[in-house]
Write a protein that binds this ligand. Structure first.
Ligand code: NAD
Length: 305
């Protein structure tokens, strides 16, 4: 069986959304007299975190945002980090605050995240915003789940983003009435919020996890499979219903240094209608959604929406 699946190019979609946002930011900055601002706080020397922060700041800059940057040493006290958060809360030029996780072990990340003004939450991880998601009300949505659902919208729209002149901001939000979705993984960061976003779009959602019995049977029934576990190739190709959409959130590093997802990509692509690659699928969309959330917060601050 050969693959006919559409490969959902998250890297390209993120780039196109970035170009669209850049134009909006330019127009808004001229009208309101300032650009949206993103503040990033990095504590310690974790190389992966340093890499993520650099990537986020690079994308923010390209989209025309103003960047604020606080780097604190590995042994920074809770009070030092709290002070940085509070000062950004007060700064009228800052619309999004990102505390890069994980923070060093002596710091309580939950207590630090709680200090972020929910209206300046860029990650959508503040309990206030999680509550708004739970109740289906407007709020900042977590970046990875939001990016995942935007790739699903792309899949269901049938829009070919490799064509010139595509207006990505016009890709409609899909109504998932009558569709069954399985989310594998129930973390606060990905699994739970993505299942709520799908539910909000009227999908019939099953949230599977490490204690689920017969995961294969559960996945085989699904029109949409979201894998967010962190186990390479956990979701087998023959678990995918023909014509299903597969969104692979997993990022796993193999012994040879390469990255792979939670889904057996080659086999799944033979059956799926559309599938995200790893790397180049959900990952770049996560970064873009951080910038997008900051822009939405800016709109709110300006009384635009
Ligand atoms: P996590 O460890 O917090 O949660 C993993 C979940 O998987 C748990 O709910 C657990 O119940 C479930 N699980 C574990 N083993 C299982 C099994 N054998 N069968 C079924 N379910 C099982 O992880 P997380 O933070 O949700 O991240 C999941 C994956 O997504 C990781 O690979 C992570 O690197 C990746 N991730 C990617 C992005 C991105 O931008 N693409 C963002 C965040 C996380």
């Amino acid at each position: 069986m050969s693959s006919n699946a559409t490969i959902l190019d998250g890297k390209l979609l993120a780039r196109l959304l970035e170009t669209d946002l850049k134009q909006r930011v330019e127009k808004d900055a001229a009208q309101y007299g300032r650009k949206p601002g993103l503040a990033v706080i990095l504590v310690g020397n974790n190389p992966a975190s340093q890499y993520y922060v650099r990537t986020k700041e690079k994308v923010a800059k390209r989209a025309g945002l103003k960047s604020f940057d606080t780097r604190l040493p590995e042994d920074a006290s809770f009070e030092q980090v709290a002070e940085a958060i509070k000062s950004y809360n007060q700064n009228p030029e800052v619309d999004g605050i990102l505390l890069q996780l994980p923070v060093p072990r002596h710091l309580n990340s939950d207590k630090l995240l709680d200090l972020i003004d929910p209206a300046k939450d860029a990650d959508g991880l503040h309990p206030h915003n999680q509550g708004l998601l739970m109740t289906g009300k407007k709020g900042v949505r977590p970046c990875t789940p939001l990016g995942t659902v935007k790739l699903l919208d792309l899949a269901l729209s049938g829009v070919d983003i490799s064509q010139k002149g595509v207006e990505v901001s016009k890709i409609p939000e899909a109504d998932l009435s009558g569709k069954s979705a399985v989310v594998v993984g129930r973390s606060i960061l990905v699994g739970k919020p993505v299942s709520l976003l799908l539910l909000d779009r009227n999908a019939t959602v099953t949230l599977a996890h490490s204690r689920t019995d017969d995961l294969a049977a559960v996945c085989k029934k699904a029109d949409i499979v979201v894998a967010a576990v962190g186990v390479p190739g956990l979701v087998k190709g023959d678990w995918i219903k023909p014509g299903a959409i597969v969104l692979d959130v997993g990022i796993n590093r193999l012994p040879d240094g390469s990255l792979t997802g939670d889904v057996e990509f080659d086999e799944a692509a033979k059956r799926a209608a559309a599938i995200t690659p790893v790397p180049g699928g959900v990952g770049p969309m996560t970064v873009m959604m951080l910038i997008y959330n900051t822009y939405l917060n800016y709109n709110n601050a300006m009384g635009k929406s």
